[in-house]
Design a protein around this ligand. Structure first.
Ligand SMILES: Nc1ncnc2c1ncn2[C@@H]1O[C@H](COP(=O)(O)OP(=O)(O)OP(=O)(O)O)[C@@H](O)[C@H]1O
Length: 224
């Protein structure tokens, strides 16, 4: 098992959004979170990415925890251990969140260079390999504004893959794409999963979720 979330609970202003929810992601899984607007899907994804805190429960990827349940509720690990967790977790944002004043190459290299994950030469080779697999290596020295929505989505995925996450989360990956581009992103995500990464997708696009998901979770399960 790659990711294990146990008994996660979260309230906003005393209103439960998630209560006692447990789930796992295995290597190769494409877990799709669906459900009505306002039912906590984004909140759960933000908790998994340490962008929001849980009130209680425990969460780990492999043997690396982000928080553990104690008598005080969800107790977060030290800053150093949080970094270890975060190095195993990747996120592709809905708006892609590319740096607009960096070339595509610089967008891909910035984080792994600053985290000293390799030399510029090694990371350049990795960036070229990833973009070759995605069919957009010719875009490497362009600016994000010169790319189509589907191309930007691929760059955002490649940027997350530069950090070799064990689990990769996608927030509404198809919201800005036509059906054909959505299908090619779906196939790309399947390829990443086949290489052993665990995938979590939050989406309103039910046909996409049903086509590419290996497991569907409805946010109606968040509150019993
Ligand atoms: N920072 C916050 N402070 C207070 N309430 C919040 C906060 N973030 C979310 N909420 C509330 O928590 C509930 C769940 O929101 P969330 O965004 O997780 O739902 P969602 O299922 O992702 O919705 P959508 O499908 O529309 O993106 C909503 O009622 C929302 O108003």
């Amino acid at each position: 098992m790659l990711l294990e979330a146990k008994n996660i609970s979260k309230k906003y202003n005393n209103q439960p959004v998630i209560s006692d929810f447990s789930f796992t992601i295995d290597s190769g899984d494409i877990v799709v979170l669906t459900g009505r607007s306002g039912t906590g899907k984004t909140t759960l994804m933000r908790i998994l990415n340490n962008l929001e805190t849980a009130d209680s429960g425990s969460l780990k990827i492999e043997d690396t925890p982000l928080f553990e349940q104690t008598e005080r509720g969800a107790t977060y690990v030290s800053r150093k251990e949080r970094k270890a967790y975060q190095s195993k977790m990747g996120m592709v944002f809905q708006d892609y969140a590319l740096f607009p004043n960096f070339t595509i190459r610089e967008n891909l290299l910035e984080a792994p260079l600053s985290q000293k994950l390799g030399t510029r030469e090694e990371l350049n080779a990795k960036a070229e390999e990833l973009l070759t697999d995605m069919g957009i290596v010719d875009q490497l020295d362009k600016m994000p504004s010169q790319l189509s929505g589907g191309q930007k989505q691929r760059v955002a995925i490649a940027r997350a893959m530069m950090l070799s996450p064990k689990v990769l989360c996608f927030d509404e990956p198809t919201s800005a794409l036509d059906r054909e581009s959505a299908d090619s992103i779906g196939k790309l995500i399947q390829g990443i999963a086949q290489n052993g990464t665990g995938i979590l997708i939050v989406t309103h696009d039910t046909p996409f979720g049903e086509k590419y998901g290996t497991r569907l979770i409805s946010s109606s399960e968040f509150i019993k």
